[in-house]
Design a protein around this ligand. Structure first.
Ligand code: CDP
Ligand code: MG
Length: 137
């Protein structure tokens, strides 16, 4: 079993889509190992997305993540990292496949409803960034 870090971003929480997304995660057979609604500070947001520091969208992205509550989750499944990225769909919702979370709930490439880790190393880092071991049940 693999674990990944998943996050419902501020746009989807604000729009009232967190419940639908969580229901979909359960329906697709993920086990929710950890989950909490939190407010990410700007400093935390800048650290979390430090890999994108040189990109033109970095400031907007980090301010967006800190703009409202998010739902932070750790999901478990066979090949959870790829399975969750497949379920989210393409980064740009205009290119996301029918039925994916970003197709259903994202409004633009910058406000795109969800985050998912992209590799085992980043999954481990991102899980540790947001959760203590005791919070993973
Ligand atoms: O989230 P994902 O791994 O699919 O994409 P990324 O390339 O790692 O980019 C991280 C996040 O930056 C995206 O989810 C978007 O919210 C944002 N982004 C953006 O605002 N404008 C872009 N041209 C590309 C990404
Ligand atoms: Mg990414």
């Amino acid at each position: 079993m693999e674990r990944t870090y998943a996050m419902i971003k501020p746009d989807a929480v604000k729009a009232g889509n967190a419940g639908n997304i969580i229901a979909r995660i359960e329906a697709e057979g993920f086990r929710i190992v950890g989950m909490k609604q939190i407010r990410v500070s700007l400093a935390q947001s800048q650290l979390f997305y430090v890999v994108h520091e040189a990109r033109p969208f970095y400031n907007g992205l980090t301010e967006f993540l800190a703009s409202g509550p998010v739902v932070a989750m750790v999901l478990e499944k066979d090949n959870a990292i790829k399975a969750w990225r497949d379920l989210m769909g393409a980064t740009n919702p205009a290119q996301a496949a029918e039925g994916t979370i970003r197709k259903l709930y994202a409004t633009s490439i910058d406000e795109n409803a969800a985050h998912g880790s992209d590799a085992p190393e980043t999954a481990a880092q991102e899980i540790a960034f947001f959760f203590t071991t005791a919070e993973l049940v």
